[in-house]
Design a binder for this molecule. Sequence first.
Ligand code: C2E
Ligand code: MG
Ligand code: MG
Length: 264
Amino acid sequence: MRHGLDADQFILAYQPKVDMRRGRVVGAEALVRWQHPQRGVLQPAAFIPLIEDHALVEHLDVWAVGEALRQAASWAAHRTPLPVSVNISPRTLLQPGFAGRLAAALQPHAQLGTPLLELEILESTAIDDLTQMAGVVGQCEALGVATALDDFGTGHASLTWLRELPVAALKLDRSFVRGLLHNDADRAIVQGILFMAQRLGRLVIAEGVESVAHGEALLSLGCTLGQGFAIARPMSPGEIPAWTTGFEGAPPWGRTEDITKPES
Ligand code: C2E
Ligand code: MG
Ligand code: MG
């Protein structure tokens, strides 16, 4: 992988995140793929688990932040201002000086005047020092980089993280979204997470919106932000601007309110 990084074999695909109620695109998640010279295009499941507990994941994350930022700045300069969310492991966030380097990376794009970057914190590894982590998350938020807890409800110590970390949002894990239409337990868990997030002043974005019916069920429970195959598959960066225009012209859930109204 180190060789692959040096040889520029990694690319990012982008999956739109939308406001289903307003029919607006609110961002895009950057998802890494490895264009392996012998094995073809590899999905993250084939290599991320191997490096989760290794310094290489920091190397990959830092590359992804730089690449995503470059892409978001390019979209913004071409009239598609969309923040890009990058998946980041706790190890990377806890690197000494992380927030300072992030500030330096953002600085050249400050004149664009639009948020370019968000971070999705992976819960795949336990962290010892939540206080230190809370400090870094607060620094990111202060830089205008919104943070989210990824795969919320399935990883390590979710509720403690939620209590301690000043994250702006939770990503509702797709395992709960999947069962929403038929499974009372999943429905109860989703309702509970939505209620808790609302009381804590955090946003919720649903992962794994695999059908229009899932989107409708989420909307009926008050979850307006979503991402999933029913909305769009991950795509190449060049496809995002036209897809955004097409989606906002004809959102799958119809427009339940006039989008020219100011956001409440
Ligand atoms: P994640 O952050 O939860 O990303 C969402 C994953 O769900 C993506 O898989 C996406 O393609 C998939 N997905 C999206 N919509 C649907 C849907 O409707 N149904 C289903 N079944 N799946 C859907 P992908 O690209 O294979 O990424 C898997 C995981 O790899 C990510 O999960 C994230 O944890 C990790 N990852 C991806 N890119 C990076 C990266 O740059 N750095 C690090 N450290 N981890 C990454
Ligand atoms: Mg993610
Ligand atoms: Mg996720």
